[in-house]
Write a protein that binds this ligand. Structure first.
Ligand SMILES: [Zn+2]
Ligand SMILES: [Zn+2]
Length: 385
């Protein structure tokens, strides 16, 4: 039996949060099932998330990693939470309780919820008060194998969803959840920030029947991807004014009004997290429109003209994670239904058919991988393939 496996790790003593960047390719002990509800999974593909970028450049999640490691009396965390893998062993209760067996192919919900807090009991598990996140507060999937609770797993049919796309169901689900905040059929939608989740949101909004989609994106390469995914228009926002970094862009607002008969969009989806982008979202939404806030930035933000937000009757939605498992059901339908072109667009446009976006763990090398994540919205790591 294998006693050690390859994994990408952060170690709070070896690396130190303040004095390092990146992850270390390492050998770690083979994990084993500890409870009757757990499952051992062989990882086939793992996706590299925006939050993994936050860990890579030490911008986010340091406190959560540190406090969870201290609570476990350990120093090293296996990172990663976007997964496609195969079950190789199940705990004693798994098959009877969850219907999962060795050989099943699964992805996973990355938020491990408590099932006991108020939110969990009323069905709002995505905002569980005591959740743990795989690859941050529990060991993750940048590894040959990992152990997870069976109730977090999502069985996936790789005859219907190709495995490389199935590995990104979790971040695709973020976009689905954002698009569930308000009905999009027949609506005009602006997506502010066309990084990975914004690009997914363009596809989801189309799949859900939006009549007009306007991308707003400063980066030329991402803007081109947004066009290829079918945005009706892609606009470039002005760079934030250093003296007023929160300020919205009046030229951008006018351009959106021009595209919407002077009305503004029904739904503005903020997926960048910059303060100026939040104000742009509030400005391009029509009176009575919806503003979906998904982009994350720590600390205080400046809201322009709060009076207008109230008097225009804007409806604001903060979106985190995925509805467990309602969002996964919609994700499955959008990806399995080949007639909508969504799965093919994820593979061909966002993942570039794996060319330059996929790295085999055997060849993984820190500097080369950093170049991959710098130049692509989504990178994949192949483990068992
Ligand atoms: Zn993620
Ligand atoms: Zn809970």
């Amino acid at each position: 039996m294998t006693t050690s496996i390859t994994a990408l790790t952060f170690d709070r003593e070896r690396d130190g949060w303040e004095r390092s960047t990146g992850l270390v390719k390492d050998r770690v002990p083979m994990p084993s099932i500890q409870s009757p509800d757990e499952v051992l999974i062989r990882v086939r593909y793992a996706g590299f998330c925006g939050s993994d970028r936050g860990i890579w450049w030490r911008k986010a999640f340091g406190d959560m990693i540190d406090s969870s490691l201290r609570a476990e009396g350990r120093t090293r965390r296996v990172v990663g939470h976007e997964l496609l893998g195969e079950i190789v062993e199940v705990g004693a209760a798994v098959t009877a309780r969850f219907g999962l067996r060795p050989g099943d192919v699964v992805s996973t919900e990355s938020h491990l919820v408590c099932e006991e807090c108020y939110q969990c009991r009323v069905g709002d598990r995505h905002v569980c008060a005591r959740d743990r996140i795989i690859g941050i507060s529990a060991d993750g999937c940048f590894a040959d194998f990992l152990v997870l609770p069976a109730r977090a797993l999502w069985r996936t049919d790789v005859e219907k969803i190709r495995p490389e796309v199935a590995a990104v169901q979790e971040p695709f689900g973020n976009a689905v959840h954002a698009c569930q905040a308000t009905p999009l059929a027949g609506r005009s939608v602006a997506v502010l920030g066309c990084g990975t989740i914004g690009l997914f949101a363009i596809l989801v909004a189309r799949g859900m029947g939006a009549r007009q989609i306007i991308g707003i994106e400063p980066d030329a390469k991402n803007a081109e991807l947004a066009r290829r995914l079918g945005c009706d228009a892609v606009l470039t926002p002005a760079s934030p004014d250093p003296a007023r970094p929160w300020a919205s862009d009046a030229t951008l607002r006018d351009a959106v009004l021009d595209l919407t008969d002077g009305v503004g969009v029904d739904v503005a989806m903020e997926m960048a997290g910059f303060n100026s982008s939040v104000n742009n979202a509030l400005r391009v939404a029509r009176r009575g429109g919806h503003v979906v806030l998904f982009g994350v930035n720590n600390g205080d933000a400046h809201v322009e003209d709060l009076h207008r937000v109230v008097m225009n009757g804007l409806q604001l939605h903060g979106v985190v994670g995925r509805q467990i498992f309602g969002t996964w059901e919609i994700t499955k339908k959008l990806l399995e239904d080949r007639s909508n072109g969504v799965q093919d667009a994820v593979w061909e446009v966002i993942l570039n058919r794996g060319e330059g976006t996929m790295v085999d763990i055997k060849d993984w090398e820190r500097g080369a991988f950093e170049a991959v994540i710098r130049s692509n919205p989504k990178a994949l790591i192949r483990f068992a393939g």
